[in-house]
Design a binder for this molecule. Structure first.
Ligand SMILES: O=C(O)CCC(=O)C(=O)O
Ligand SMILES: [Fe+2]
Length: 324
């Protein structure tokens, strides 16, 4: 697989600075074009990431036999998403309860209270941060007043979950001629996703032209990307781009992704205010859980319908103009 690759300067949203119109305009441009940006001064300390990093190591170093006891909703073992990927899901808003249920299985009598305490604190912070970011994106797209109103009416029941991911590359990863994918190309089934990646790197997004672009890790920065639910709700004004993780070095890579999602029962339909003048709606209305089912109903051995997106599920195909 020979593929063109390059790097990109994504805007960095600094949450301690007033959001000036120049910031909003570069953010808006990035969300339209790339669907990715960085956030800094987000209020989560380096020490907190270090703690989670070390707890993730404890979690994933438990024998596979015990991890499998968690069941497939919580634990994705290797050979589902890829041979090199395994993950633990911790669901909110009771991150502590969800982490405890897993810790009880993984560590039995040892309890590991620090796992549930840390993940509760991190999950709650991520939930707050993701809601703050959604508010900014809505105000950026719709103006202050309409943005605030839609946040209240449409997004206030959103919920989030965390995915701790451990990538273990093959021994000869550095010698492989082909790209080794730790996680294949996909779009996220979220409104927005916030990713903490360690210093190993490897996250890439796909440009509209099909070029793979590195989303480099950078200390103190979190990566934010738009998910499918937001793409459909914004009538495509905010882009949910395909991304993947490539493995290049023989070292484990750990990442932490937080997904903010609409409630399962929510029917997603872009409000009229989101439909730009002269345009039509690009997505039929759909129930959130039906889209999740569409992505999860897959052939055995596949993580999710890789390559299938909300466009395939609910996109309205406009008749070609020169059709008879
Ligand atoms: O591991 C990463 O950096 C990204 C993971 C990801 O894209 C996902 O879990 O959806
Ligand atoms: Fe993703």
């Amino acid at each position: 697989m020979s593929e063109l690759q390059s790097s990109l300067q994504l805007p960095v949203l600094d949450l301690t600075q007033p959001i000036q119109s120049s910031v909003l305009s570069s953010l808006s441009q990035a969300c339209k074009e790339w669907g990715f940006f960085y956030v800094t001064n987000h209020g989560i300390s380096k020490e907190m990431f270090n703690r989670i990093y070390s707890l993730s190591r404890d979690v994933f170093s438990v024998p596979l036999e015990s991890k499998l006891k968690l069941g497939t909703i919580s634990y994705t073992p290797p050979y589902i998403a890829s041979p090199y990927f395994e993950s633990l899901v911790v669901s909110g808003p009771d991150f502590s309860g969800s982490a405890k249920a897993s810790a009880d299985v993984l560590f039995q009598d040892h309890h590991k209270p620090e796992l549930r305490e840390t993940l509760q604190e991190y999950g709650a912070k991520m939930a707050e941060l993701s809601k703050r970011l959604v508010k900014i994106l809505l105000m950026m797209t719709l103006g202050d007043e309409t943005g605030k109103r839609f946040y209240q009416t449409e997004f206030s029941n959103c919920h989030g979950y965390l995915r701790l991911v451990n990538y273990t590359p093959p021994h000869d990863v550095e010698k492989q001629e082909e790209v080794v994918e730790g996680l294949g190309m996909h779009t996220d089934m979220s409104c927005i996703t916030i990713v903490y990646q360690d210093s190993v790197g490897g996250l890439q997004m796909r440009s509209k032209e099909g070029k793979w672009i590195d989303i480099d890790p950078c200390e103190d920065l979190l990566v934010v990307n738009i998910g499918d639910l937001m793409q459909a709700w914004s009538n495509g004004q905010l882009r949910s781009s395909e991304h993947r993780v490539v493995l290049r070095k023989f070292v484990n890579r750990v990442s932490l992704a937080f997904f903010l999602c609409f409630e399962d029962e929510k029917v997603i339909l872009a409000p009229q205010e989101m439909v730009e003048e002269g345009n039509c709606r690009s997505y039929k209305s759909f129930k959130c859980s039906d889209y999740l089912k569409f992505r999860q109903s897959n052939e055995v051995g596949k993580f999710e319908k890789i390559g299938y997106t909300v466009k395939d599920f609910a996109g309205i195909k406009l008749p070609l103009q020169d059709d008879p």
